[in-house]
Design a protein around this ligand. Structure first.
Ligand code: FBP
Length: 550
Protein backbone atom coordinates (compact mmCIF):
# COMPACT_ATOMS: atom_id res chain seq x y z
CA UNK A 1 0.00 0.00 0.00
CA UNK A 2 1.44 3.42 -0.96
CA UNK A 3 1.79 5.88 1.89
CA UNK A 4 2.80 9.54 1.96
CA UNK A 5 6.14 10.82 3.24
CA UNK A 6 4.37 12.35 6.24
CA UNK A 7 2.56 9.08 7.00
CA UNK A 8 5.89 7.27 6.91
CA UNK A 9 7.45 9.65 9.44
CA UNK A 10 4.30 9.83 11.51
CA UNK A 11 4.22 6.03 11.86
CA UNK A 12 7.38 6.35 13.97
CA UNK A 13 5.83 8.87 16.35
CA UNK A 14 5.67 7.47 19.86
CA UNK A 15 2.67 9.05 21.58
CA UNK A 16 3.45 10.52 24.97
CA UNK A 17 1.98 8.68 27.95
CA UNK A 18 1.34 10.19 31.38
CA UNK A 19 3.99 9.16 33.94
CA UNK A 20 1.22 7.41 35.87
CA UNK A 21 0.77 4.88 33.06
CA UNK A 22 4.43 4.13 32.43
CA UNK A 23 5.84 0.82 33.66
CA UNK A 24 3.93 -0.97 36.40
CA UNK A 25 0.62 0.64 37.20
CA UNK A 26 -1.20 0.57 40.51
CA UNK A 27 -4.89 1.35 40.94
CA UNK A 28 -6.04 3.85 43.58
CA UNK A 29 -9.73 3.89 44.46
CA UNK A 30 -11.16 7.26 45.49
CA UNK A 31 -14.45 8.38 46.92
CA UNK A 32 -17.81 6.85 46.02
CA UNK A 33 -19.64 8.95 43.43
CA UNK A 34 -23.14 10.32 42.84
CA UNK A 35 -24.78 11.13 39.53
CA UNK A 36 -24.82 14.83 38.55
CA UNK A 37 -28.61 14.95 39.05
CA UNK A 38 -31.63 12.71 39.67
CA UNK A 39 -29.59 10.50 42.01
CA UNK A 40 -32.50 8.36 43.26
CA UNK A 41 -33.74 7.56 39.74
CA UNK A 42 -30.28 6.76 38.36
CA UNK A 43 -29.42 4.61 41.39
CA UNK A 44 -32.61 2.62 40.90
CA UNK A 45 -31.90 2.05 37.21
CA UNK A 46 -28.23 1.14 37.75
CA UNK A 47 -28.11 -0.83 41.03
CA UNK A 48 -24.83 -2.58 40.09
CA UNK A 49 -22.89 0.29 38.54
CA UNK A 50 -24.13 3.28 40.54
CA UNK A 51 -21.95 5.00 43.15
CA UNK A 52 -18.69 3.32 42.12
CA UNK A 53 -15.51 5.10 43.24
CA UNK A 54 -13.39 7.39 41.11
CA UNK A 55 -10.18 5.72 40.01
CA UNK A 56 -6.69 7.04 39.44
CA UNK A 57 -3.58 5.16 38.39
CA UNK A 58 -0.04 5.58 39.66
CA UNK A 59 3.23 4.18 38.46
CA UNK A 60 4.92 1.81 40.94
CA UNK A 61 8.05 -0.34 40.97
CA UNK A 62 6.37 -3.63 41.92
CA UNK A 63 4.97 -5.71 39.11
CA UNK A 64 1.50 -7.26 39.43
CA UNK A 65 0.76 -10.43 37.47
CA UNK A 66 -2.29 -10.16 35.20
CA UNK A 67 -4.00 -13.04 33.40
CA UNK A 68 -4.21 -12.90 29.59
CA UNK A 69 -7.24 -10.79 28.61
CA UNK A 70 -9.40 -10.96 25.50
CA UNK A 71 -10.96 -7.63 24.68
CA UNK A 72 -13.35 -6.46 21.94
CA UNK A 73 -13.42 -2.88 20.68
CA UNK A 74 -16.25 -1.00 18.94
CA UNK A 75 -16.09 2.36 17.16
CA UNK A 76 -19.46 4.10 17.34
CA UNK A 77 -20.83 7.12 15.44
CA UNK A 78 -19.06 9.77 13.41
CA UNK A 79 -15.33 9.61 12.71
CA UNK A 80 -12.99 11.62 14.96
CA UNK A 81 -9.22 11.98 14.61
CA UNK A 82 -7.37 9.70 17.02
CA UNK A 83 -9.63 6.64 17.02
CA UNK A 84 -6.80 4.48 15.69
CA UNK A 85 -4.59 5.64 18.54
CA UNK A 86 -7.20 4.67 21.13
CA UNK A 87 -7.13 1.19 19.61
CA UNK A 88 -3.32 1.03 19.51
CA UNK A 89 -3.26 2.26 23.13
CA UNK A 90 -5.65 -0.52 24.18
CA UNK A 91 -3.51 -3.05 22.27
CA UNK A 92 -0.22 -1.92 23.83
CA UNK A 93 -1.79 -1.61 27.29
CA UNK A 94 -3.17 -5.15 27.12
CA UNK A 95 0.14 -6.58 25.88
CA UNK A 96 1.93 -4.76 28.70
CA UNK A 97 -0.39 -6.40 31.25
CA UNK A 98 0.09 -9.81 29.66
CA UNK A 99 1.67 -10.45 26.24
CA UNK A 100 -0.79 -13.31 25.61
CA UNK A 101 -3.76 -10.88 25.68
CA UNK A 102 -5.77 -10.48 22.47
CA UNK A 103 -7.71 -7.60 20.96
CA UNK A 104 -10.67 -8.11 18.62
CA UNK A 105 -12.26 -5.35 16.59
CA UNK A 106 -16.00 -5.53 15.87
CA UNK A 107 -16.57 -4.38 12.30
CA UNK A 108 -18.74 -1.48 11.20
CA UNK A 109 -19.69 -0.23 14.65
CA UNK A 110 -22.11 -1.62 17.24
CA UNK A 111 -23.81 -3.63 14.46
CA UNK A 112 -20.68 -5.81 14.19
CA UNK A 113 -20.90 -6.62 17.90
CA UNK A 114 -24.49 -7.84 17.51
CA UNK A 115 -23.92 -9.65 14.20
CA UNK A 116 -20.58 -11.17 15.19
CA UNK A 117 -18.50 -9.47 12.50
CA UNK A 118 -14.97 -9.09 13.81
CA UNK A 119 -11.26 -9.39 13.14
CA UNK A 120 -8.42 -10.07 15.50
CA UNK A 121 -6.22 -6.98 15.64
CA UNK A 122 -2.68 -8.23 15.35
CA UNK A 123 0.52 -6.23 15.86
CA UNK A 124 0.95 -6.02 12.09
CA UNK A 125 -2.50 -4.50 11.58
CA UNK A 126 -2.14 -2.11 14.52
CA UNK A 127 1.29 -0.89 13.33
CA UNK A 128 -0.12 0.15 9.96
CA UNK A 129 -2.66 2.46 11.65
CA UNK A 130 -0.65 4.14 14.43
CA UNK A 131 -1.08 7.94 14.45
CA UNK A 132 -3.32 7.90 11.39
CA UNK A 133 -6.73 9.57 11.04
CA UNK A 134 -9.94 7.76 10.18
CA UNK A 135 -11.84 4.82 11.62
CA UNK A 136 -11.09 2.49 8.71
CA UNK A 137 -9.15 -0.03 10.79
CA UNK A 138 -12.49 -1.64 11.74
CA UNK A 139 -15.09 0.89 10.57
CA UNK A 140 -17.81 2.60 12.56
CA UNK A 141 -21.60 2.71 12.49
CA UNK A 142 -24.61 4.38 14.04
CA UNK A 143 -26.58 1.27 15.10
CA UNK A 144 -27.92 1.97 18.57
CA UNK A 145 -27.06 -0.68 21.16
CA UNK A 146 -30.05 -0.46 23.45
CA UNK A 147 -32.14 -3.63 23.26
CA UNK A 148 -31.68 -6.59 25.59
CA UNK A 149 -31.84 -8.90 22.56
CA UNK A 150 -28.79 -7.08 21.10
CA UNK A 151 -26.96 -7.34 24.44
CA UNK A 152 -27.66 -11.09 24.57
CA UNK A 153 -26.47 -11.64 21.00
CA UNK A 154 -23.33 -9.61 21.73
CA UNK A 155 -22.73 -11.69 24.85
CA UNK A 156 -22.97 -14.92 22.88
CA UNK A 157 -20.36 -13.55 20.46
CA UNK A 158 -18.09 -12.52 23.33
CA UNK A 159 -18.41 -15.94 24.93
CA UNK A 160 -17.49 -17.64 21.66
CA UNK A 161 -14.30 -15.53 21.45
CA UNK A 162 -13.52 -15.75 25.18
CA UNK A 163 -13.88 -11.94 25.41
CA UNK A 164 -13.69 -10.58 28.99
CA UNK A 165 -14.33 -6.93 28.18
CA UNK A 166 -15.67 -4.60 25.52
CA UNK A 167 -14.48 -1.02 24.91
CA UNK A 168 -17.06 1.28 23.31
CA UNK A 169 -15.48 4.33 21.68
CA UNK A 170 -18.29 6.83 21.16
CA UNK A 171 -20.14 10.02 22.04
CA UNK A 172 -22.64 10.75 24.80
CA UNK A 173 -25.37 8.45 23.47
CA UNK A 174 -23.01 5.54 22.76
CA UNK A 175 -21.47 5.86 26.22
CA UNK A 176 -24.93 6.03 27.80
CA UNK A 177 -25.69 2.76 26.03
CA UNK A 178 -22.30 1.34 27.12
CA UNK A 179 -23.35 2.02 30.69
CA UNK A 180 -26.70 0.28 30.20
CA UNK A 181 -24.78 -2.67 28.70
CA UNK A 182 -22.35 -2.72 31.67
CA UNK A 183 -25.26 -2.69 34.09
CA UNK A 184 -27.03 -5.50 32.26
CA UNK A 185 -23.93 -7.71 32.07
CA UNK A 186 -23.24 -7.09 35.78
CA UNK A 187 -26.84 -7.91 36.69
CA UNK A 188 -26.66 -11.32 34.98
CA UNK A 189 -23.04 -12.00 36.03
CA UNK A 190 -22.12 -12.27 32.37
CA UNK A 191 -18.39 -11.98 33.07
CA UNK A 192 -17.96 -9.26 30.42
CA UNK A 193 -16.84 -5.78 31.50
CA UNK A 194 -17.71 -2.64 29.54
CA UNK A 195 -15.52 0.47 29.34
CA UNK A 196 -16.26 3.70 27.40
CA UNK A 197 -13.96 6.21 25.70
CA UNK A 198 -15.05 9.83 25.01
CA UNK A 199 -15.11 10.47 21.25
CA UNK A 200 -16.67 13.21 19.15
CA UNK A 201 -15.33 16.16 17.18
CA UNK A 202 -18.39 18.07 18.44
CA UNK A 203 -16.72 18.51 21.85
CA UNK A 204 -20.01 18.09 23.71
CA UNK A 205 -19.01 15.07 25.78
CA UNK A 206 -17.16 16.81 28.57
CA UNK A 207 -17.58 17.51 32.24
CA UNK A 208 -15.57 17.80 35.43
CA UNK A 209 -13.88 14.43 34.85
CA UNK A 210 -13.73 14.39 31.04
CA UNK A 211 -11.93 17.56 29.99
CA UNK A 212 -12.46 17.09 26.27
CA UNK A 213 -13.68 14.49 23.82
CA UNK A 214 -11.02 13.28 21.43
CA UNK A 215 -10.97 14.55 17.86
CA UNK A 216 -12.17 18.05 18.79
CA UNK A 217 -8.60 19.38 18.91
CA UNK A 218 -7.58 18.10 15.48
CA UNK A 219 -10.87 18.86 13.72
CA UNK A 220 -10.85 22.46 15.01
CA UNK A 221 -7.23 22.91 14.00
CA UNK A 222 -8.02 21.73 10.46
CA UNK A 223 -11.08 23.99 10.18
CA UNK A 224 -9.15 26.93 11.65
CA UNK A 225 -6.40 26.44 9.11
CA UNK A 226 -8.99 26.53 6.31
CA UNK A 227 -10.79 29.53 7.82
CA UNK A 228 -7.44 31.33 8.15
CA UNK A 229 -6.68 30.62 4.51
CA UNK A 230 -10.06 31.98 3.47
CA UNK A 231 -9.53 35.04 5.68
CA UNK A 232 -6.24 35.75 3.95
CA UNK A 233 -7.94 35.39 0.58
CA UNK A 234 -10.79 37.67 1.70
CA UNK A 235 -8.31 40.24 2.95
CA UNK A 236 -6.34 40.03 -0.30
CA UNK A 237 -9.21 40.12 -2.81
CA UNK A 238 -11.42 42.34 -0.64
CA UNK A 239 -14.56 41.40 -2.57
CA UNK A 240 -16.34 38.55 -0.80
CA UNK A 241 -18.19 37.84 2.38
CA UNK A 242 -17.55 34.20 3.26
CA UNK A 243 -20.32 32.38 5.13
CA UNK A 244 -18.76 29.28 6.68
CA UNK A 245 -20.87 26.62 8.33
CA UNK A 246 -18.99 24.41 10.76
CA UNK A 247 -19.92 20.92 11.84
CA UNK A 248 -21.28 20.18 15.27
CA UNK A 249 -24.66 18.47 15.41
CA UNK A 250 -25.95 20.47 18.32
CA UNK A 251 -23.45 22.38 20.48
CA UNK A 252 -21.42 25.30 19.05
CA UNK A 253 -18.07 24.33 20.60
CA UNK A 254 -16.42 23.89 17.19
CA UNK A 255 -17.55 27.30 15.91
CA UNK A 256 -16.49 28.96 19.17
CA UNK A 257 -13.06 27.28 19.18
CA UNK A 258 -12.47 28.25 15.54
CA UNK A 259 -13.51 31.82 16.34
CA UNK A 260 -11.04 31.92 19.22
CA UNK A 261 -8.31 30.66 16.90
CA UNK A 262 -9.05 32.93 13.93
CA UNK A 263 -10.97 36.07 15.10
CA UNK A 264 -13.67 36.29 12.42
CA UNK A 265 -15.95 39.29 11.92
CA UNK A 266 -18.96 37.29 13.12
CA UNK A 267 -19.41 33.95 14.81
CA UNK A 268 -22.94 32.93 15.73
CA UNK A 269 -23.33 30.78 18.85
CA UNK A 270 -26.50 28.69 18.87
CA UNK A 271 -26.72 28.53 22.65
CA UNK A 272 -26.76 32.35 22.82
CA UNK A 273 -29.40 32.57 20.10
CA UNK A 274 -31.59 30.21 22.14
CA UNK A 275 -30.93 32.01 25.43
CA UNK A 276 -31.79 35.39 23.91
CA UNK A 277 -34.71 33.86 21.99
CA UNK A 278 -33.43 35.50 18.83
CA UNK A 279 -35.52 35.20 15.70
CA UNK A 280 -34.11 34.45 12.27
CA UNK A 281 -34.91 38.08 11.37
CA UNK A 282 -32.86 39.38 14.30
CA UNK A 283 -29.88 37.21 13.31
CA UNK A 284 -30.11 38.52 9.75
CA UNK A 285 -30.28 42.10 11.07
CA UNK A 286 -27.18 41.56 13.21
CA UNK A 287 -25.22 40.23 10.24
CA UNK A 288 -26.47 43.04 8.00
CA UNK A 289 -25.50 45.62 10.66
CA UNK A 290 -21.90 44.36 10.73
CA UNK A 291 -21.73 44.22 6.94
CA UNK A 292 -23.10 47.77 6.70
CA UNK A 293 -20.65 49.06 9.28
CA UNK A 294 -17.70 47.54 7.47
CA UNK A 295 -19.02 48.91 4.17
CA UNK A 296 -18.91 52.41 5.66
CA UNK A 297 -15.18 51.82 6.16
CA UNK A 298 -14.88 50.63 2.56
CA UNK A 299 -14.47 47.00 3.59
CA UNK A 300 -16.88 44.89 1.57
CA UNK A 301 -15.49 41.60 2.73
CA UNK A 302 -15.38 39.46 5.81
CA UNK A 303 -15.83 36.05 7.36
CA UNK A 304 -18.84 34.71 9.24
CA UNK A 305 -18.85 31.42 11.16
CA UNK A 306 -22.14 29.57 11.53
CA UNK A 307 -22.55 26.52 13.76
CA UNK A 308 -24.23 23.56 12.05
CA UNK A 309 -26.90 23.21 14.73
CA UNK A 310 -27.97 26.88 14.61
CA UNK A 311 -31.27 26.30 12.89
CA UNK A 312 -32.58 24.12 15.72
CA UNK A 313 -31.71 26.73 18.36
CA UNK A 314 -33.73 29.55 16.77
CA UNK A 315 -36.96 29.29 18.80
CA UNK A 316 -39.42 29.62 15.89
CA UNK A 317 -37.35 27.17 13.77
CA UNK A 318 -37.12 24.71 16.67
CA UNK A 319 -40.92 24.58 16.92
CA UNK A 320 -41.22 24.25 13.15
CA UNK A 321 -38.66 21.41 13.05
CA UNK A 322 -40.38 19.59 15.92
CA UNK A 323 -43.69 19.81 14.07
CA UNK A 324 -42.04 18.58 10.87
CA UNK A 325 -40.33 15.69 12.72
CA UNK A 326 -43.70 14.58 14.04
CA UNK A 327 -45.50 15.09 10.74
CA UNK A 328 -42.91 13.19 8.74
CA UNK A 329 -41.99 10.52 11.32
CA UNK A 330 -41.39 7.17 9.64
CA UNK A 331 -44.40 4.89 9.60
CA UNK A 332 -47.00 7.62 10.18
CA UNK A 333 -49.95 8.11 7.84
CA UNK A 334 -48.82 11.69 7.12
CA UNK A 335 -45.31 10.55 6.14
CA UNK A 336 -46.89 7.95 3.88
CA UNK A 337 -49.17 10.55 2.28
CA UNK A 338 -46.22 12.97 1.90
CA UNK A 339 -44.27 10.41 -0.09
CA UNK A 340 -47.02 10.43 -2.73
CA UNK A 341 -47.12 14.24 -3.07
CA UNK A 342 -45.47 15.64 -6.20
CA UNK A 343 -42.16 17.42 -5.47
CA UNK A 344 -43.52 20.73 -6.72
CA UNK A 345 -46.46 20.59 -4.27
CA UNK A 346 -44.62 19.39 -1.19
CA UNK A 347 -43.97 22.77 0.39
CA UNK A 348 -47.64 23.81 0.08
CA UNK A 349 -48.87 20.41 1.21
CA UNK A 350 -46.64 20.52 4.30
CA UNK A 351 -47.42 24.16 5.15
CA UNK A 352 -51.13 23.34 5.28
CA UNK A 353 -50.53 20.64 7.90
CA UNK A 354 -48.55 22.89 10.27
CA UNK A 355 -49.83 25.18 13.03
CA UNK A 356 -50.47 28.70 11.75
CA UNK A 357 -47.27 30.18 13.26
CA UNK A 358 -45.05 27.43 11.90
CA UNK A 359 -46.80 27.61 8.57
CA UNK A 360 -45.88 31.30 8.28
CA UNK A 361 -42.26 30.59 9.22
CA UNK A 362 -42.11 27.64 6.81
CA UNK A 363 -43.50 29.68 3.92
CA UNK A 364 -41.10 32.56 4.67
CA UNK A 365 -38.10 30.31 4.00
CA UNK A 366 -36.44 30.10 0.59
CA UNK A 367 -38.00 27.12 -1.21
CA UNK A 368 -34.75 25.14 -1.29
CA UNK A 369 -34.40 25.33 2.49
CA UNK A 370 -38.07 24.50 3.11
CA UNK A 371 -37.60 21.43 0.91
CA UNK A 372 -34.42 20.42 2.77
CA UNK A 373 -36.36 20.49 6.03
CA UNK A 374 -38.72 17.85 4.69
CA UNK A 375 -35.99 15.49 3.52
CA UNK A 376 -34.89 12.18 5.09
CA UNK A 377 -34.72 11.93 8.87
CA UNK A 378 -31.81 10.34 10.80
CA UNK A 379 -32.26 6.99 12.62
CA UNK A 380 -33.77 8.90 15.58
CA UNK A 381 -36.38 10.57 13.38
CA UNK A 382 -34.68 13.99 13.52
CA UNK A 383 -33.96 16.28 10.62
CA UNK A 384 -30.31 15.93 9.54
CA UNK A 385 -28.99 19.40 10.29
CA UNK A 386 -25.72 18.83 8.45
CA UNK A 387 -27.83 18.67 5.27
CA UNK A 388 -29.62 21.98 5.86
CA UNK A 389 -27.74 24.69 4.05
CA UNK A 390 -28.04 27.35 6.76
CA UNK A 391 -25.13 29.24 5.25
CA UNK A 392 -27.05 29.64 1.99
CA UNK A 393 -30.24 30.52 3.83
CA UNK A 394 -28.45 33.34 5.64
CA UNK A 395 -26.78 34.59 2.47
CA UNK A 396 -30.16 34.81 0.72
CA UNK A 397 -31.84 36.57 3.63
CA UNK A 398 -28.94 38.97 4.28
CA UNK A 399 -28.80 39.84 0.58
CA UNK A 400 -32.50 40.73 0.61
CA UNK A 401 -32.09 42.79 3.80
CA UNK A 402 -29.11 44.70 2.36
CA UNK A 403 -31.02 45.40 -0.87
CA UNK A 404 -33.77 47.00 1.20
CA UNK A 405 -31.26 49.01 3.20
CA UNK A 406 -29.70 50.18 -0.04
CA UNK A 407 -33.04 51.51 -1.25
CA UNK A 408 -33.40 53.35 2.05
CA UNK A 409 -29.81 54.62 1.62
CA UNK A 410 -28.77 52.91 4.84
CA UNK A 411 -26.22 50.67 3.15
CA UNK A 412 -23.52 51.93 0.86
CA UNK A 413 -21.54 48.78 0.06
CA UNK A 414 -21.38 45.96 -2.48
CA UNK A 415 -22.35 42.51 -1.27
CA UNK A 416 -21.01 39.33 -2.87
CA UNK A 417 -20.98 36.13 -0.87
CA UNK A 418 -19.38 32.70 -0.96
CA UNK A 419 -20.62 29.75 1.06
CA UNK A 420 -18.64 26.89 2.61
CA UNK A 421 -19.33 23.94 4.87
CA UNK A 422 -16.45 22.42 6.80
CA UNK A 423 -17.16 19.13 8.47
CA UNK A 424 -15.93 16.00 6.76
CA UNK A 425 -12.67 17.82 5.91
CA UNK A 426 -11.58 17.54 9.54
CA UNK A 427 -13.07 14.33 10.88
CA UNK A 428 -10.40 11.99 9.56
CA UNK A 429 -7.32 14.22 9.60
CA UNK A 430 -4.13 12.74 11.03
CA UNK A 431 -4.47 13.42 14.76
CA UNK A 432 -2.61 16.42 16.16
CA UNK A 433 0.05 15.59 18.74
CA UNK A 434 -2.53 16.41 21.40
CA UNK A 435 -5.08 13.94 20.02
CA UNK A 436 -2.42 11.34 19.21
CA UNK A 437 -1.15 11.46 22.83
CA UNK A 438 -4.58 11.86 24.44
CA UNK A 439 -6.13 9.01 22.46
CA UNK A 440 -3.23 6.64 23.02
CA UNK A 441 -3.42 7.42 26.75
CA UNK A 442 -7.22 6.90 26.80
CA UNK A 443 -6.75 3.47 25.21
CA UNK A 444 -3.79 2.44 27.40
CA UNK A 445 -5.78 3.59 30.41
CA UNK A 446 -8.84 1.58 29.30
CA UNK A 447 -6.65 -1.55 29.22
CA UNK A 448 -5.65 -0.87 32.83
CA UNK A 449 -9.28 -0.40 33.90
CA UNK A 450 -10.06 -3.75 32.31
CA UNK A 451 -7.01 -5.41 33.92
CA UNK A 452 -8.29 -4.22 37.27
CA UNK A 453 -11.71 -5.75 36.70
CA UNK A 454 -13.63 -2.46 36.28
CA UNK A 455 -16.90 -2.10 34.41
CA UNK A 456 -19.27 0.80 33.76
CA UNK A 457 -16.34 3.26 33.69
CA UNK A 458 -15.23 5.81 31.13
CA UNK A 459 -11.52 6.13 30.53
CA UNK A 460 -10.51 9.54 31.89
CA UNK A 461 -7.33 11.54 31.28
CA UNK A 462 -7.20 14.90 33.09
CA UNK A 463 -4.88 17.85 33.61
CA UNK A 464 -4.54 17.97 29.84
CA UNK A 465 -3.24 21.53 29.63
CA UNK A 466 -0.06 20.36 31.42
CA UNK A 467 2.64 18.40 29.56
CA UNK A 468 1.48 14.84 28.83
CA UNK A 469 3.81 13.38 31.46
CA UNK A 470 1.75 15.13 34.15
CA UNK A 471 -1.66 14.04 32.92
CA UNK A 472 -3.86 12.29 35.49
CA UNK A 473 -5.02 8.86 34.35
CA UNK A 474 -7.97 6.97 35.75
CA UNK A 475 -11.61 6.09 35.39
CA UNK A 476 -14.92 7.77 36.06
CA UNK A 477 -18.14 5.78 36.64
CA UNK A 478 -20.41 6.57 33.71
CA UNK A 479 -23.42 6.80 36.05
CA UNK A 480 -21.71 9.83 37.63
CA UNK A 481 -22.29 11.83 34.41
CA UNK A 482 -25.94 10.91 34.07
CA UNK A 483 -29.25 12.64 34.59
CA UNK A 484 -32.82 11.95 33.51
CA UNK A 485 -34.02 13.60 30.30
CA UNK A 486 -37.15 13.37 28.20
CA UNK A 487 -36.30 11.63 24.94
CA UNK A 488 -38.97 10.71 22.41
CA UNK A 489 -41.70 11.10 24.97
CA UNK A 490 -40.05 9.04 27.75
CA UNK A 491 -37.80 9.91 30.68
CA UNK A 492 -34.43 8.24 30.10
CA UNK A 493 -31.11 8.13 31.95
CA UNK A 494 -28.53 9.84 29.71
CA UNK A 495 -25.10 11.42 29.94
CA UNK A 496 -25.60 15.19 30.15
CA UNK A 497 -24.68 16.81 26.83
CA UNK A 498 -22.30 19.73 27.34
CA UNK A 499 -23.48 22.79 25.41
CA UNK A 500 -21.49 26.03 25.26
CA UNK A 501 -21.83 27.70 28.67
CA UNK A 502 -22.64 31.36 28.25
CA UNK A 503 -21.01 32.15 31.58
CA UNK A 504 -17.97 29.99 30.80
CA UNK A 505 -14.55 31.48 30.09
CA UNK A 506 -14.30 30.58 26.36
CA UNK A 507 -17.62 32.26 25.50
CA UNK A 508 -17.00 35.20 27.85
CA UNK A 509 -13.65 35.92 26.23
CA UNK A 510 -15.17 35.67 22.75
CA UNK A 511 -18.06 37.98 23.76
CA UNK A 512 -15.60 40.54 25.11
CA UNK A 513 -13.75 40.67 21.78
CA UNK A 514 -16.35 40.14 19.08
CA UNK A 515 -17.39 43.77 18.57
CA UNK A 516 -13.77 44.65 17.87
CA UNK A 517 -13.31 41.70 15.52
CA UNK A 518 -16.58 42.65 13.75
CA UNK A 519 -15.38 45.99 12.44
CA UNK A 520 -11.62 45.65 12.48
CA UNK A 521 -9.88 43.19 10.24
CA UNK A 522 -8.10 41.37 13.00
CA UNK A 523 -7.84 37.93 11.44
CA UNK A 524 -5.43 35.32 12.82
CA UNK A 525 -3.98 32.73 10.43
CA UNK A 526 -3.21 29.55 12.40
CA UNK A 527 -1.68 27.63 9.47
CA UNK A 528 -1.61 23.82 9.17
CA UNK A 529 -1.25 21.42 12.08
CA UNK A 530 2.43 20.92 12.85
CA UNK A 531 3.57 17.42 13.76
CA UNK A 532 7.28 18.12 14.04
CA UNK A 533 8.96 21.19 15.51
CA UNK A 534 8.84 23.34 18.62
CA UNK A 535 6.60 21.98 21.34
CA UNK A 536 4.75 25.31 21.79
CA UNK A 537 3.48 24.85 18.23
CA UNK A 538 3.17 21.05 18.01
CA UNK A 539 1.66 20.36 21.43
CA UNK A 540 -0.60 23.41 21.59
CA UNK A 541 -3.95 22.64 23.24
CA UNK A 542 -7.25 24.08 22.06
CA UNK A 543 -8.11 27.66 23.07
CA UNK A 544 -11.26 26.30 24.71
CA UNK A 545 -9.27 24.00 27.02
CA UNK A 546 -6.71 26.72 27.70
CA UNK A 547 -9.40 29.20 28.76
CA UNK A 548 -11.44 26.63 30.68
CA UNK A 549 -8.42 25.53 32.68
CA UNK A 550 -6.89 29.00 33.14
P1 FBP B 1 -20.75 11.92 16.58
O1 FBP B 1 -21.66 12.66 17.50
O2 FBP B 1 -21.15 10.54 16.33
O3 FBP B 1 -19.32 12.03 17.03
O4 FBP B 1 -20.80 12.64 15.15
C1 FBP B 1 -20.75 14.00 15.06
C2 FBP B 1 -20.90 14.50 13.66
O5 FBP B 1 -19.64 14.66 13.04
C3 FBP B 1 -21.68 15.83 13.69
O6 FBP B 1 -20.80 16.91 13.83
C4 FBP B 1 -22.45 15.80 12.41
O7 FBP B 1 -23.67 16.48 12.53
C5 FBP B 1 -22.71 14.34 12.19
O8 FBP B 1 -21.68 13.64 12.84
C6 FBP B 1 -22.74 13.96 10.73
O9 FBP B 1 -23.12 12.64 10.64
P2 FBP B 1 -22.82 11.68 9.42
O10 FBP B 1 -21.44 11.17 9.59
O11 FBP B 1 -23.80 10.58 9.61
O12 FBP B 1 -22.99 12.46 8.16
Amino acid sequence: MAISALQKERANYQPKLPKALRGNVNIVEGKATESVADQADIKKLFPNTYGLPLITFESVSTKTAFPALNVGVILSGGQAPGGHNVISGIFDGLKMLNPASKLYGFLGGPGGFVDNKFIELTAEIIDAYRNTGGFDIIGSGRTKLEETAQFDKGLQNCKALGINAVVVIGGDDSNTNACVLAEYYSSINAGVQVIGCPKTIDGDLKNEMIETSFGFDTACKVYSELIGNIMRDANSAKKYWHFIKLMGRSASHIALECALQTQPNICLISEEVAAKKQTLGEIVDYIADVISKRAENGENFGVILIPEGLIEFIPEMKILIEELNELLAEGTATAQAFSHVKNSHRVDWTAEKLTSNSSVVFRSLPEGIATQLTLDRDPHGNVQVSKIETEKLLIEMVEAELAERKLEKKYVGKFAAQNHFFGYEGRCAAPSNFDADYCYSLGYNAANLIGNGKTGYMSSIRNTTAPAAEWIAGGVPITMMMNMERRHGHMKPVIQKALVELDGKPFSYFASQRDLWAVKTDFVYPGPIQYFGPTQVCDKVSETLKLEKA
